[in-house]
Design a protein. Sequence first.
Lengths: 231, 113
Amino acid sequence: MCGQCGCDAPAAVAAAPPQRLELHQGLLSRNDRQAAHNREHFQRHGLRTLNLLSAPGSGKTALLEQLARQWPRPPIGVIVGDLATDNDAQRLQAAGARAVQIRTGDLCHLDAALVDQAFAQLNCRGMDLLVIENVGNLVCPAAFDLGEQRRVAVLSVTEGEDKPLKYPALFKSADAVVINKCDLAEATGFDRRSAIANLQAIAPQAELFELSARTGEGIDALIRWLDAHPA
Amino acid sequence: MHELALLQELCALATAAATEQGAKRIHRIELRVGELGGVDPDALRQAFAVVSATAPWQETQLQLEVVPTRCFCPHCEQTFSPPDVIHACPTCGSISRQVLEGRELELVALEVS
């Protein structure tokens, strides 16, 4: 009998009361573990590693082309993420870098597992600098550790001085900020003082470099900074 | 945009933990999301609404706690809650570099049976 009305249905099994499971687990713990593995891997290969982040069109690839030409111990390695095409990898290879393209499809950021897969395709013999050029996006990539040593955010003078105020999470996580396209500052009416004040207010921890990836002016200071921090 | 990727991660973690306990149903997921975690809580709720339209999540509630930012000022030796994205100490005005809370993306607990 069912135990409630006396009908012939079988007795219902009483549902067990809900039980609380304490987990306190990082939502990105899987990515963080993979990132720790990558970090160890990069260190073993004696690689300085950068995660380069910016909005689309800030000049990340142009900056890396200059870096590939001017780094004192070439070649540099680049893992480059884009939604589609391998145009960036081709540009970087033409500049002398060893480049591996990750096509992320719909994914708006790189994660540590994608970087690990790309790294396996890279010949890193005789290389001491690896740059991971993230997908152009100022929001999503900030949350994902890739195993890099340092994060560098790029802001170009055409984007406006208040970008750091609009995207604080990314700039707060950066070890350095590059202001790019400084050769266009005058033409675009870029307010340098206000941009630097915003950066110092949002990201006081970050080193600041002002340069033009196109002309190469100012890139020497960035190279000195990278060179001064061994793997 | 990456909220959906995070949610897939969340569902995978929750399923693994529930299965390990021999539980068949997940009634509730408790999540803590820091203001600086790079996650939009509303986007996460919306993404969960999509996921929870299908089994086995139809009966699952998502409880999302937003963790406000707390900073430390080394000059005044005090913690404070910054009023906006600029982490200026309310006493001395200097910009803090030490975030104590607000970066969390934590699966706190599940209620299962």
